[in-house]
Design a protein around this ligand. Structure first.
Ligand SMILES: [Zn+2]
Length: 474
């Protein structure tokens, strides 16, 4: 029997998104990647020293070879004779020192394999909240003497140049109050350069170069889309826990399954990015790539294509892994897409994408691959009246949506949508308009506004989708 210990950065998206700039988030991702690293980097020379975390854990724990590499998660096997809580505190101390503002949670359990330990010990503890060791950032004094001017979510303890990345004029620029976490993001720490983020790995894998900022990412859009909007996609596996429970009763070599699910997530991200790439720049910015969840921004007019490709890949890989072990009910995935201006506060975009993803999960009880979206520029933060759709329904209607966008300009689609939302009396006006412009066949494949049901896509939903639909999901 071994004791398996997992330490994770919780609320990781919220933590990474707390500074307004992409560079601040990237810096935090890089420091997190380096602080949680247990393995050699691909480009390390043979004589490179082991990762700092592994050195800190010497005599306490070693890397868990059965776990995959997920952002913000440390998975280790505790050495014989060491109290698990001591090993946990060792990991927490290392992480706290490098990431002042993050929240961490440690959980451990004994088992013959990681899968056993996870199913019988770790999962029940995570579900009940019992036996977890949580490490919170130091509490802010109230009232705070001076809040950090960069993130406004912690008290200041130092000062940094207002433009921390303007290294040429470092001496002359004015300074403002900063917290310890922003000092980590914007200061001159070397761990920021050492860390390989999910974005770095994706860029290397695809042989593409990272873009500078969100404005540059949005600028990859087509001219008619305005080149200033992004789609932020949050995808997450459904019923992964149930899958692990089912796996226990099956025969076969199950040691690497957890790792394979993680690899499937990374491969799906790479495949979806490839599906929307037609330039030398990496046209996707992954923020978090966890074990079975991904948060990524892409140019708005590639959002649908990206999300559909990502979900299709995840669904196919999960089904293949489940199939190998004779498990009928494979995990599925759900995604939320938030369309917003590139300058819209990113933490609000993440909240919207997260809310959409949860609605999509809820609508199908996590049993089907599904997605939902919101268009913040047009609809604000209002919850859409339309039900989330299954991936199957979206794919079935892809060609219909292509035809809708090609045949009806935006002003006609907007008029149709607005009339149909006014109620039954206006439905006739909408139909009469359609006849007048000779486009009745374009909306015919979709369901009437009054009809509900899980499959299919309603007319009003199709008109919403059409705003950012640029065709060609395959
Ligand atoms: Zn700060």
């Amino acid at each position: 029997m071994s004791v398996y210990l997992d330490v994770a950065c919780i609320h990781i998206q919220r933590y990474l998104a707390r500074t307004p700039t992409l560079r601040g988030r990237r810096a935090a991702s890089a420091v997190l990647a380096e602080a949680t690293r247990l393995h050699r980097r691909d480009d390390d020379p043979p004589q490179a020293p082991p990762p700092p975390l592994l050195r800190a854990l010497g005599g306490y724990a070693t890397a868990n070879a059965e776990a995959g590499i997920a952002d913000g998660v440390v998975s280790v096997v505790v050495d014989k004779g060491v109290a698990p809580a001591d090993a946990a505190r060792r990991v927490l101390a290392h992480l706290r020192e490098t990431l002042p503002g993050a929240t961490f949670q440690a959980v451990w359990g004994e088992g013959h394999t990681y899968l056993d330990a996870y199913n019988n010990r770790i999962k029940p503890q995570l579900a009940s909240g019992q036996g977890l060791l949580t490490d919170l950032p130091p509490l802010a004094e109230f009232p705070p003497i001076s809040p950090c001017r960069f993130c406004r979510s912690a008290p200041a303890c130092t000062r940094l140049p207002i433009d921390p990345f303007d290294e040429e004029h470092r001496e002359q620029t004015r300074e403002q109050d900063a917290c310890a976490d922003c000092e980590m993001r914007y200061g001159t720490r070397t761990s920021r350069r050492a860390g390989r983020t999910a974005e770095d790995r994706l860029a290397t894998k695809l042989g593409l170069t990272r873009i500078d900022d969100f404005a540059a990412l949005a600028a990859l859009g087509t001219a008619e889309s305005g080149r200033n909007h992004l789609a932020t996609v949050y995808a997450d596996g459904n019923a992964i826990g149930d899958f692990f429970s089912a796996l226990v009763k099956k025969e076969g070599d199950k040691a690497g399954v957890s790792k394979r699910l993680v690899d499937a997530t990374r491969d799906a991200l790479a495949a979806a990015t490839r599906a929307i790439s037609h330039e030398s720049a990496l046209c996707a910015v992954p923020h978090v790539v966890g074990g079975d969840d991904v948060l990524v921004s892409v140019p708005a007019d590639r959002g649908w294509r990206f999300a559909a490709a990502l979900l299709t890949e995840l669904e196919t890989s999960f089904a293949a892994i489940a199939g190998e072990f004779g498990i009928d009910r494979a995990p599925t995935a759900s995604a939320g897409i938030a369309f917003a201006h590139a300058h819209h506060p990113f933490h609000l975009v993440v909240e919207s994408a997260d809310a959409c993803m949860r609605r999509a999960k809820g609508a199908y009880a996590g049993q089907r691959t599904s997605l939902d979206f919101c268009d913040i520029t047009v609809e604000g933060n209002e919850v859409p009246a339309e039900a989330p759709m299954s991936l199957k329904a979206l794919r079935a209607h892809a060609a219909d949506l292509d035809r809708l966008v090609a045949a009806m300009p935006a002003h006609q689609r907007n008029r149709q949508e607005n009339l149909r939302r006014l109620g039954a009396d206006w439905q006739h006006q909408a139909e009469a308009d359609l006849v007048r412009i000779g486009r009745t066949e374009v909306l015919a494949p979709f369901r009437p506004h009054t009809e509900n049901g899980q499959d299919g896509i309603r007319t009003t939903q199709a008109l919403r989708i059409a705003r950012w639909w640029r065709g060609g999901i395959d």
